[in-house]
Design a protein around this ligand. Structure first.
Ligand SMILES: [Zn+2]
Length: 167
């Protein structure tokens, strides 16, 4: 058995509704290509009191692209990922969205450490990684093919497939 993180349950619909509220709040309802770096740098500090982000070196974060510390309202992004996201790289943009998902969905009070019995698994909707992945979805993509989603939204083919299969 190993200890794992368990999040308060959130359904796909809960998360989509949350994203829709953020889109409305930021006036990006009709924008396919979400300005994720600007959201991290300019809007998040306005939305969350005390929020800050750090760009970390490869030496500081050798095995992680990004990391979120909900108790400190802090997100760390590795420098190469940050630079690639600025340049529009889909995987890097997605990494930042995933970390922001952790920050907004998984606050300190909603996360617990648990040990699962042998053979048991977390339900997807209790898994903070599943929740943060869901965060990338936006209803605007309804009806688009995965290729169109990749083109218009600047996300990875994998993310496009995952999201479009559950519209
Ligand atoms: Zn994660």
């Amino acid at each position: 058995m190993k200890a794992i993180y368990k999040a308060a349950p959130l359904s796909r619909k809960n998360i989509r509704d949350y994203v829709a509220r953020i889109r409305k709040l930021t006036g990006t309802e009709n924008i396919y290509y979400f300005p994720i770096v600007e959201f991290l740098e300019i809007l998040l500090p306005q939305l969350i009191d005390g929020f800050y982000y750090e760009i970390c070196s490869r030496e500081e974060m050798p095995i992680k692209y990004g990391e979120t510390f909900p108790a400190e309202n802090k997100i760390c992004i590795r420098e190469d990922i940050y630079e690639q996201a600025l340049a529009g790289d889909a995987f890097a943009r997605y990494t930042i969205a995933h970390e922001i998902g952790h920050l907004l969905l998984n606050d300190v009070s909603s996360i617990s450490l648990c040990r699962l019995a042998d053979g048991e698994e977390l339900k997807p909707y209790e898994d903070p990684e599943w929740q943060a992945d869901c965060f990338g979805y936006y209803p605007l993509i309804r009806g688009l093919t995965p290729d169109e989603i990749v083109q218009r939204c600047g996300v990875t083919p994998r993310a496009a497939r995952v999201q479009s299969s559950k519209v």
